[in-house]
Design a protein around this ligand. Sequence first.
Ligand SMILES: Nc1ncnc2c1ncn2[C@@H]1O[C@H](COP(=O)(O)OP(=O)(O)OP(=O)(O)O)[C@@H](O)[C@H]1O
Length: 301
Amino acid sequence: MTEDAHETALETDALGKRYGRAWALRGCALRLPAGRIAALVGPNGAGKSTLLHLAVGLLRPDAGQVRVFGRDPRGDSETLADIGFVAQDTPLYRDFTADELITMGARLNRRWDADLARDRLTGIGIPTRKPVGGLSGGQRAQVALALALAKRPRLLLLDEPAAALDPLARHEFMGALMSAVAESGTTVLLSSHLLADLERVCDYLILLQTAHVQLAGDVDELLAQHRTLTGPRTDRPEAVPGVRSVIRASHTDRQTTLLARTTTTGTVPTDPAWSAHEVSLEDLVLAYLGAADTHRTEVTA
Ligand SMILES: Nc1ncnc2c1ncn2[C@@H]1O[C@H](COP(=O)(O)OP(=O)(O)OP(=O)(O)O)[C@@H](O)[C@H]1O
C-alpha cells in the first residue's frame, strides 16, 4: 500500500520550542507530503532533533502546532502507532538481545511485524541472540531500524541514524532503509550531516538554520530553480539577468561566481557573458548554510 500523494504526513504551523529563554525552534511552518523521503539538514544546534522530538510527541510545543497525518501526536495513541522513531545514537537496552527486543515490541505495539524484523536482521547477518551492547555501532543501527520498521509506521523519523557508521556500513544501512520503505510507501524524515548520502536517497529537503526553516521543498524543483553562474566581475550580482536572488557570491579580480535562484525554472540567463551550470544538492545546501541572511525562508512545496 502506498500513501495518497496528496496526503500530508507532517505539518507544522508557527511551531516553536524554547529552552529557558532560547528558542531551539521558532516559527516553523512546514508541510511534508506523504510518501516522501525527506532530508532534514542544518548545522549543529539548528533544531533538527527538537523538530523530530516534537513530531513524535516527546516534547510539548511552546508555540504553534504539529500534526502527523492531521492529528496531534501528543497523547494520541493511534497517531503514535503510526510513527516509527530512531533517536540519535540508536539507544537500545544493551543487555537484551535483538530477539528479546523484538518479542518485547510485540507486547508494546498493536501492529507489530516480528517476522519482518527477524527476517531483516537474519538476512543481513546480524546476530539476534547476542546482547545488543556487544554489537558494533553499525549492527546496532540495523537493529534499531529493524525495530522501527517492525512497527509498520506510516511516518519514520530518523535522527542521524548512520552517523557512527563507516562508509560501507552507511551505504548498506541507507540501502536497507530505502528497500524497506520503497514498497510500503512509508514517509521518511531523516536528519543527517552526510549530504552525499542524502543526495542519493532523498526527494524532499528541509533545511534548518538557527531554529528557523531556511529552505524546504521538492529536491528536483529546488535544483531546477538554482544555478551556479559565472561571469565578469560585478559588485551587483542581483542585477545579473535571470537572477531572482543571490544565495552566495564569490569574486576574483576578473570573475564573479554566484549560486543563485533564477527567475525561470530550468532556464539559463540571457546574457552571453554569463555561463550557467546545474547545482547538486550538496552545492545548494552549502550555499544556503553559508548565506549571510540566515533567516531567509524559501518554502516551495
Ligand atoms: N534539553 C535541552 N536543554 C537546553 N537546551 C537544549 C536542550 N536540547 C537542545 N537544546 C538546545 O536547542 C538547540 C537545538 O538543539 P537540537 O538538538 O535540536 O539541534 P540539532 O540541529 O539536532 O543539533 P545536532 O546537529 O548537533 O544534533 C541547541 O541550541 C541546543 O543547545
